[in-house]
Design a protein around this ligand. Structure first.
Ligand code: NAD
Ligand code: DAU
Length: 331
């Protein structure tokens, strides 16, 4: 199979490309604009005969037409992905997440190309903190931020193209990923690299918000299962039962890095901050037999801490500009 992976120089896309080249005999072409979030160093060492990189925009219809026409399937990761950025400048989120997705699905329907759309649990809004309820494929859409509302819009475009035009598509909505190659703007890498720099981790508000953590490799194995065996037109939720509040995650990072458990700082909260995400992945597990491999969050987190210790050359160039942006926002 020949795959086109959009956003393959980003965090989850690059993990997926490594995963696919390791576990299948597929050929992979990455289409990535290399925004501030894309990094070619995340794609180093891949087998040249099976891997090709194209720098370009998913909203560039002529380029997309040519690339989509030359593959068997598209796995669409490219997005503006960070909630905090979307609260300060929403426009790129509309251009990439909405217009970019529209451009890709138009090409996929013209060519009859299999399409897998990567999305997020944030399209469902949030859950109460003190509740056992979890998101399912039937939960109504209720996004909170410019980021999550553009992802919700892109999901709805894909659903409409399936119904009206017979697009051969599936959708997955996954919870918060952690692992190697994640940009230092995101919660876990920001705190690990802060501690390496002798700076206290920054917790928004009281740190009570809950996220449902999954290792990026488990996300990749789920996407591959859906691409290969998922039913066309279906949505699958991906999660690994990894609920943790933010303060507990910071405390685990501090413990792993030999710091006192209270060596963090509370900073200005995110406006509209979603309280809790939690995924019920029963459909994916029963229908496709998928299981996560990284059951132990603490062990996965320890490996991630070690990865950032070992790969300072990868993250260092982005660190000071990222922290300068946060500082402007009091975060
Ligand atoms: P990321 O920000 O790390 O990477 C995004 C990549 O897309 C970058 O390489 C960037 O250069 C590229 N890109 C952005 N705009 C582009 C454009 N117009 N044309 C081509 N390439 C463009 O994001 P991520 O965290 O890896 O997320 C990837 C996907 O997974 C997104 O669709 C996101 O909504 C979804 N997702 C993320 C998570 C998470 O925890 N990070 C969880 C569930 C779903
Ligand atoms: O749920 C899936 C989503 O997870 C993806 O769709 C998004 O692309 C991805 O960025 C992520 O969104 P979050 O907003 O949950 O992730 P973030 O890493 O920005 O923040 C995680 C939690 O940590 C959130 O409750 C905010 C908090 N936080 C974040 C930062 C950067 C802090 O307390 N301090 C921080 O410095």
């Amino acid at each position: 199979m020949r795959l086109l992976v959009t956003g393959g120089a980003g965090f989850i896309g690059s993990n997926f490309v490594h995963f696919v080249l390791r576990h299948t005999d597929y050929d992979v072409t990455v289409l990535d604009k290399l925004t501030y979030a894309g990094n070619l160093d995340s794609l180093r060492g891949l087998p040249g005969a099976r891997f090709r990189f194209v720098r370009g925009d998913i909203a560039d219809a002529a380029l997309v037409e040519e690339l989509v026409g030359s593959v068997d399937a598209v796995v669409h990761y490219a997005a503006e992905s960070h909630n905090d950025n979307s609260l300060h400048d929403p426009r790129p989120f509309l251009e990439t997440n909405i217009i970019g997705t529209y451009t890709l699905i138009e090409a996929a329907r013209r060519h009859g190309t299999r399409f897998h759309h990567i999305s997020t649990d944030e399209v469902y809004g949030d859950l109460a903190l003190e509740d056992a309820e979890r998101f399912t494929e039937q939960t109504p859409y209720n996004p909170s931020s410019p980021y999550s509302s553009t992802k919700a819009g892109s999901d709805l475009l894909v659903r409409a193209w399936v119904r009206s035009f017979g697009l051969q598509a599936t959708i997955s909505n996954c919870s918060n990923n952690y692992g190697p190659y994640q940009h230092v703007e995101k919660f876990i890498p920001r705190q690990i690299t802060n501690v390496i720099d002798g700076v206290r981790p920054k917790l928004y508000g009281e740190g009570r918000n809950v996220r449902d953590w999954i290792h990026a490799d488990d996300h990749s194995s789920a996407v591959l299962a859906i691409l290969e065996r998922g039913r066309i037109g279906q949505t699958y939720l991906i999660g690994a039962d990894g609920e943790k509040d933010n303060r507990s995650v910071v405390e685990l990072i501090l413990k792993e890095m030999g710091q006192a458990p209270d060596a963090y700082e509370k900073v200005v909260d995110r406006p509209g901050h979603d309280l809790r995400y939690a995924i019920d992945s029963t459909k994916l597990r029963t229908e496709l037999g998928w299981r996560p491999r990284y059951g132990d969050f603490e062990a996965g987190l320890a490996a991630t801490v070690q990865w950032y210790r070992d790969h300072e050359a990868w993250w260092r160039p982005q660190k000071s500009a990222t922290e300068a942006r946060y500082q402007e926002q009091g975060q």
